[in-house]
Design a protein around this ligand. Structure first.
Ligand SMILES: Nc1ncnc2c1ncn2[C@@H]1O[C@H](COP(=O)(O)OP(=O)(O)O)[C@@H](O)[C@H]1O
Ligand SMILES: O=P(O)(O)OC[C@H](O)CO
Length: 498
């Protein structure tokens, strides 16, 4: 009987299930968006119950579309938006409050306090690879203890469990209050600021400093391993892969060799460079993270440039300014003008992440004159993604010593031809889009499939990767340098707003 691997991709804006066959091609898929909750400026929440319900629905819907049942699924791989923080009651299964999403900035003051009290923003960097920032889960968890009455007591009593979205999903899928498995993988754990990158275990010293009881934390496992069984429709499907979504995209792009790099263009943009078995500490505003770990093999580390707002800016143009009615419309609007008319949009909605790590920045539009029109704004919105990526690539080359000659791309924005050409122009390197653009889901499927022998080796996975389209740089160097300098000037105007 032919069997398939189901990848559950729980992203910032939607939840997807994609069924893959042995050739790494998509057999069927389903996707449901969930509500984005913005209770205050800078706060972003999701409803964890909505997310788990959508997870079951997309799995069932994808199976139905392919005329399959749960028994046709050899195993499940989970991939997820990272850092987003959930606390729930182990007996009722109910979250104590909405998930605090990775983009949320409510912990800015706490971050400042921690940095001041503990000797600077890089206090935990040597151990965790991360600067103190609103981005990471450990600090969101501390904030919850400080602001929700009785929550810390719940933790001490042993009622409370903490997890990133992967842990929430797997605990629910494997039974919830009825013996659900409380675990995570090394890639997600490396985003909490609580895991030691070298030992791959929770760091007691950091837990003590943040006063986090270790009993509430999930067990850390490799990315490709036996996590438990998903109980659905009288079947039990093994769950054998978990990867944070950006690491999953790296895996799906088959960047298995040190020096290989990919950039994923979704809500935010995340460039990951495989640095092999050694965690490289960044001196240029990147972070160090676990790329993946296959079974008992040593982990593979990455340098990462995380950009908080890219596709989200396109959504903002659609939902808040209503200049477009769908994300794809931005391309035709931007093509109405030949260039940006010297207008720049700096989308520092969550402050700025890499390479600045500046929580006090906020979004700005600069360079407006009466000449500027909707087309210029649309163009500046797309260009913001390319310029932010250029700054990350520059930092990546400095930190790693690698001269990046080609970049594999994926994510929802890579259908935008104007953006992809401009990106190649601004980077001065070719951009390559693979045939299977759903690399995040594919990476999770690969991790799951490797664990059960569905795929036998990394080289077998590499054979599945094929080019769909390549963009070659066409802009002359002077123009590129001039535009990048304008961008940097625009960024400097966004600093020190809050
Ligand atoms: N044609 C397009 N041009 C520019 N941006 C687009 C286009 N189509 C989708 N997007 C953006 O891509 C993002 C969705 O990408 P996706 O990879 O699904 O995101 P995520 O995994 O973060 O939920 C949205 O922010 C959307 O605005
Ligand atoms: O869900 P995405 O694709 O926006 O990815 C979000 C990242 O994992 C945040 O670190």
């Amino acid at each position: 009987m032919t069997q398939y691997i189901a990848a559950m991709d729980q992203g910032t804006t939607s939840t997807r299930c994609i069924l893959f066959g042995h050739d790494g091609k998509i057999v069927a898929s389903d996707q449901i968006e969930h509500a984005q909750i913005f209770p205050k400026p800078g706060w972003v929440e999701h409803n964890p119950i909505e997310i788990i319900e959508n997870t079951y629905s997309v799995l069932r819907n994808a199976l139905q579309k392919a005329d399959l049942t749960a028994k046709d699924v050899a195993s499940i791989g989970i991939t997820n938006q990272r850092e987003t923080t959930i606390v729930w009651n182990r007996y009722t299964g109910l979250p104590y409050q909405n998930a605090i999403v990775w983009q949320d900035t409510r912990t800015a003051e706490l971050c400042e306090l921690l940095a001041r009290r503990h000797g600077g923003q890089d206090r935990f960097r040597a151990k965790t690879g991360l600067p103190i920032s609103v981005y990471f889960s450990g600090i969101k968890l501390r904030w919850l203890f400080d602001h929700i009455e009785g929550l810390y007591e719940e933790a001490v009593k042993g009622n409370l469990l903490f997890g990133t979205v992967d842990s929430w999903l797997i605990w629910n899928l494997t039974g919830g209050p009825d013996h659900g498995i409380h675990c995570t993988d090394v890639t997600n754990a490396s985003r909490t600021m609580l895991m030691n990158l070298k030992t791959l275990s929770w760091d007691q010293e950091i837990l003590d400093e943040l006063d986090i009881p270790s009993a509430i934390l999930p067990r850390i496992l490799p990315s490709s391993a036996e996590f438990g069984h998903c109980r659905i429709d009288q079947a039990e499907i093994p769950i054998t892969g978990i990867l944070g979504d950006q690491q999953a995209a790296l895996f799906g792009q088959t960047c298995f060799t040190a020096g290989e790099v990919k950039n994923t263009y979704g809500t935010g943009c995340f460039m990951l460079l495989n640095t092999g078995s050694v965690p490289v500490q960044s001196k240029n505003g990147l972070i160090t993270t676990v790329g993946y770990q296959i079974g008992s093999l040593p982990p593979v580390y990455c340098l990462e440039g995380s950009i908080a707002v890219t596709g989200a800016l396109v959504q903002w143009l659609r939902d808040n300014l209503k200049l477009i009615t769908s994300s794809s419309e931005i391309e035709s609007l931007a093509r109405e003008v030949p260039d940006n008319g010297d207008v720049y949009v700096v989308p520092a909605f969550s402050g700025l992440f890499a390479p600045y790590w500046c929580s006090d920045a906020r979004g700005i539009i600069v360079g407006l004159t009466r000449f500027a029109n909707r087309g210029h704004i649309a163009r500046a919105v797309l260009e913001a993604t390319a310029f932010q990526t250029q700054e990350v690539l520059e930092a990546m080359e400095k930190d790693s010593g690698v001269n990046i000659r080609m970049m594999k791309v994926d994510g929802g924005m890579v259908v935008n031809e104007l953006l992809m050409q401009f990106q190649s122009d601004i980077l001065g390197v070719p951009i390559v889009r693979p045939q299977v653009a759903e690399t995040t889901a594919l990476g999770a499927a690969y991790a799951a499939g490797l664990a059960i022998g569905y795929w036998k080796s990394l080289s077998e996975l590499r054979d599945n990767w094929a080019i769909d389209k390549t963009w070659i740089p066409q802009m002359d160097a002077d123009q590129r340098i001039r535009l990048c300098a304008r961008w940097k000037k625009a960024v400097s105007k966004s600093f020190d707003w809050v």
